[in-house]
Write a new protein. Structure first.
Length: 328
């Protein structure tokens, strides 16, 4: 898998160059170093925005543009989401001389759901209410997207069977994670085959499929006055709608909070959009798919020590999930 990280110094240089294409904006500070590198920028008189320097070798220019067009559509439909900001040339993407790409989106104020979990460990009525509302927000996004007329030039990855379980999954060949033993590799390859059969049956049964966010983790949810707002559409693409409901929950399995939060997410979603009980019955399957994807995701992004630790932890959860799910 090609290198998809970017060093901070290079990103700062790219940001300093790109900001000149957004008149009135200045860089305030480096906000976050994660997949992309994020800067807080301000416009007189103090209006904030976010400047993103995109990691190389992950999304193409068309892919980034497609992400922003979908976000702009959702914003126009009344979904609370960051709105893309065009540069002085009227373009969404600003290329830099070191072959990086910059984009700007509006600022979303709120507390990270990840931080709120840390502040409210265990059972929390406040967290439960947020997950109910999060289910509504995910349903709103899916409902609005059903009326999105996809442009002729539109490119996003597909979180389909190939995207999870094909020869080259989107987040890497998880069964080739260097930490795995031969026995574990065989276990994963056998599991991969069984999951392909299960997902093919799900498609035949009429699975709800379309554009999805695909990364509704707690860090990508900001909460303002108790209302969750989903940010960071970097991994969005075509996929099973159930995956958008599994991702917010996968870290909680097999803890007791998993069932409780899944119930609240389902209640919220069903207020706005219908999914068959057959779909909900596959929630654990999609949690498992996320866990498998993470076995591949970790390899090009973490140190050997972190890869080993995260892989061992992940495998324990995967084995527990497989014991619970009947894939035969």
């Amino acid at each position: 898998m090609p290198e998809i990280t970017i060093d901070t110094e290079t990103a700062i240089g790219a940001a300093s160059e790109a900001i000149s294409e957004y008149p009135g904006y200045t860089i305030n500070n480096l906000l976050n170093v994660s997949e992309n590198i994020i800067f807080e920028v301000v416009e007189n008189p103090g209006k904030k925005a976010v400047l993103r320097i995109h990691r190389p070798n992950y999304q193409s220019s068309l892919g980034i543009l497609s992400e922003l067009k979908w976000m702009a559509f959702l914003f126009e439909q009344g979904i609370q989401t960051p709105e893309p900001i065009k540069n002085r040339s009227g373009q969404y993407i600003t290329p830099t001389t070191n072959n990086l790409q910059a984009t700007m989106i509006t600022w979303i104020a709120g507390d990270s759901l990840h931080v709120l979990h840390e502040e409210h460990p265990g059972d929390s009525p406040a967290i439960d209410k947020i997950y109910c509302r999060l289910g509504e927000v995910i349903a709103d996004i899916h409902n609005a997207t059903d009326s999105f007329e996809i442009p002729a030039e539109f490119e996003r990855s597909s979180w389909d069977i190939k995207g999870f379980l094909g020869t080259n999954p989107l987040w890497g060949r998880f069964w080739e994670n260097p930490v795995l033993t031969k026995v574990e590799k065989k276990f994963l390859l056998d599991l991969k085959s069984k999951l392909i059969t299960r997902l093919e049956q799900f498609l035949d049964d009429g699975a709800d499929y379309g554009l999805i966010h695909a990364d509704v983790i707690a860090e990508n949810v900001l909460v303002a006055d108790g209302y969750p707002i989903i940010i960071d559409y970097d991994d969005s693409g075509y996929g099973f709608r159930m995956y958008d409901l599994a991702v917010p929950l996968y870290r909680f399995y097999p803890f007791p909070s998993y069932t409780r939060l899944a119930g609240w997410l389902k209640i919220g979603y069903q207020k706005k959009r219908f999914l068959s009980e057959n779909s909900w019955d596959l929630l654990n399957v999609f949690v498992l798919l996320r866990r498998l994807a993470m076995l591949g995701w970790v390899v090009p992004r973490k140190s050997p020590e972190e890869i080993a630790t995260k892989t061992r932890d992940n495998l324990r959860v995967i084995e527990t999930l497989v014991e619970e799910i009947n894939l035969d």
